[in-house]
Design a protein around this ligand. Sequence first.
Ligand code: DGL
Length: 262
Amino acid sequence: MARTIGIFDSGVGGLTILSSIVNEMSDSVEYHYVADSLHAPYGSKSIEELLERSRRITEFLISKGSELIVVACNTATTQVISSLRAEFNIPFVGIEPAVKPAAQLSVSKRIGVIATANTLKSGLFKQTLEVYASGCKTFTRIGEGLVEAIETGELVSIELNDLVRDHVTYFNSNEIDVLVLGCTHYSFVSQLFEKYLDQGTSLVTSNEAVARRVQSVFGTLDSQSGLVRSIHIYSTSEKLLSLKKLIAAENLQVDQVLQVQI
Ligand code: DGL
């Protein structure tokens, strides 16, 4: 039987994590990815709603044979991963804004974090700032409008360009030297962020760290090596065209893209 990993996000953002995982894994693995695009964005939903969605999606991914679930969404991780861990007898790997590497990398000790409203107000995020960035002045900003724009699958548009430029202007004016992309969707437009950030300002994400963590947790699970890699993508929305565009943007070779009701 193939070794299986389940991954989910509020939508297309977690595809950026999926491709980091696929590049990192030495084993051949069967991947099942759920884009909950019908219910995106998660950034302003209540904890109860997020838990309900995450629970249902987890059950779906377990029904596909997943041995490990990757919560490829900062919002869901910061809000509900501890409840999921308590409810399901399966390992979960989550993603949180890369505050620790940003604080270490910063010379000026002025860092920025752009993420969803829910991530920024979460206890977990505040705790992470206290533990790892107490020596830094941190500027946070909600990435208003970005998730909705990226969900359309149109990465090259004047609207998206202007939106990113406006967000970046805030960080440039606060003279940060490291910016954390704290939402998986934003990685799709990292080049736009780089284009507008002042020279010398670095951009960091947690994508590679999550992929390494998945590799290490998966390696501890007691099952046989898989034979072939396969990637199955499901969306709760009927708008599969935008999803397919972003799968292509990530250069993912997928076996199927299906609409599902979860
Ligand atoms: N991609 C998600 C994250 O990393 C959620 C974005 C949203 O749906 O608001 O936070």
